[in-house]
Ligand binder design. Structure first.
Ligand code: HEM
Length: 426
């Protein structure tokens, strides 16, 4: 099973270790309750207003205000490396094969400097805004291909037909995955996303473990192939970086690729799906967006930022405290986990005017949907390009688009917020 948790839960030590012993129905904020899951925003508001530095159980804190979340993510006194947690040994003991788990190198998302700095430095170049801008024509071609067909058919599922295929196709392009393997990569990716959630049911975890092993094995083959061919793609560049003395092992490359696939797939689908759902629920804003786009195609940029703020695809992330920290006068000791509620910070009235309102032309928008600090989303420029083209084209091309918000299906994950289905007629 080990493959999985290496790419896994933002805070396995906190909820994973403590949750079974506690009565979750008593929690001030319990993201697993169906009504909270369906609409967490009133609950974030209550937290911000009543207990902004909330302790759901001993060993964990939850932050919901922008002014607390941002400094925490930037603090040098916290860690993303779960191996440094006092609970880590307990966690290892709970695994059927701890040794195997320990042999898998963690991806950079779960590392601190200097390892994090080294790994991020190696891939940064491939994801800068400039490089990603050069990918616009390819993303446009993917979206056009899908929407041409939709136009003929008259309907689509915004999630299954548009939001899912775009990011996985782009990542497969990047890795040089042959066409015939892409459906398989997509299936693995869908199974793997459950590993990002704090509590995962056994059968899901097992499926995810199998997908993780199969995908890693597949990537090893792809890397061996590139090694023999000396190509100039993304994988070849990573291999060469290793050969230039950067010490990136094959297993590190594999972990990097698994991270890029998982981190970019469900999240970007979430942006497109949640964004279109929000527009479907606010038809006036959908109309406004269509109008402003006819005058200025660049208006899609602030609109996508607003959709990211309004219903963030990543709702929370966690850090382990290494040195004492002070959050608005509350001292948090080493060994505690701190969960930052990104979705809560995004609706903070201290930072956003009329925060519960969707405003596709919102001017200043310091949302935290891409996190902050050294782990700030590496793929943000790419996600933005994909979101802008997909949402922009859908709105522009189909003036009588009808989004069936009533039958939208919410995915049952808590860290990642997204849909499994959003039918629409064009
Ligand atoms: C709308 C889409 C996306 C959202 C909302 C999103 C959100 C995030 C967030 C919140 C983090 C920080 C997690 C933390 O601090 O614990 C993160 C990190 C990361 N994201 Fe994204 N992401 C998106 C798309 C992508 C894409 C398309 C890619 C790559 C293809 C990507 C790759 C990464 C990587 C590699 C990291 C780890 C960075 C590091 O540890 O330094 N993401 N993302």
């Amino acid at each position: 099973m080990g493959e999985v948790e290496r790419t896994a839960s933002a805070f396995p030590t906190a909820i994973g270790a403590n949750a079974p012993a506690m009565d979750m129905t008593q929690m001030l904020f319990n993201p697993f309750l169906p009504e909270v899951h369906a609409d967490p925003y009133p609950h974030y508001r209550r937290l911000r207003e009543t207990e902004p530095i909330h302790q759901p159980f001993p060993g964990a804190f939850m932050l919901s205000r922008h002014r607390d979340v941002v400094p925490l993510l930037r603090s040098p006194n916290v860690s993303s490396d779960r191996r440094k947690s006092p609970m880590y040994d307990l966690f290892l003991q709970s695994l059927p094969d701890p040794e195997r788990f320990q042999n898998i190198p963690p991806s950079m998302l779960f590392l601190d400097p200097p390892d994090h700095t080294r790994l991020r430095g190696l891939v940064n170049k491939a994801f800068t805004a400039r490089v990603v801008d050069s990918m616009r024509p390819r993303v446009q071609a993917i979206v056009d291909g899908i929407l041409d067909e939709v136009g003929e058919r008259g309907s689509l599922d915004i999630v299954a037909d548009l939001a899912y295929p775009i990011p996985v196709t782009v990542i497969c392009d990047l890795f040089g995955v042959p066409n015939e393997d892409r459906a398989q990569v997509k299936r693995w990716s869908l199974d793997l996303i459950y590993t990002l959630d704090p509590l995962v049911a056994g059968d899901r975890l097992e499926k995810a473990a199998e997908a993780g092993m199969a995908f890693r094995e597949y990537l090893r083959g792809l890397i061996a192939d590139r090694r023999s061919q000396h190509g100039d793609g993304f994988l070849s560049a990573l291999i060469q970086a290793e050969e230039e003395g950067e010490r990136l092992t094959d297993e590190e490359i594999v972990s990097m690729c698994v991270l890029l696939l998982i981190a970019g797939h469900e999240t970007t689908s979430g942006l497109i799906g949640n964004g279109m759902l929000a527009l479907g629920r606010h038809p006036d804003e959908l109309r406004r967006l269509r109008e402003v786009l006819t005058e200025d195609p660049q208006a899609i940029r602030p609109a996508v930022e607003e959709l990211l703020r309004f219903d963030a695809p990543v709702q929370l992330t966690g850090r382990l405290v290494l040195e004492p920290i002070d959050v608005d006068g509350v001292r948090i000791e080493p060994g505690n986990d701190v969960i930052t509620l990104l979705g809560g910070a995004n609706r903070d009235p201290e930072v956003f005017e009329d925060p519960e309102r969707l405003d596709v032309t919102r001017k200043t928008n310091h949302h935290v949907s891409f996190g902050g600090g050294i782990h700030f989303c590496l793929g943000a420029p790419l996600a933005r390009v994909e979101g802008q083209i997909a949402i922009g084209e859908l709105v522009r091309r189909f003036p009588s688009l009808e989004i069936d918000t009533e039958t939208a299906q919410l995915r049952d994950t808590v860290t990642l917020r997204g849909l499994t289905s959003l039918p629409a007629a064009v």
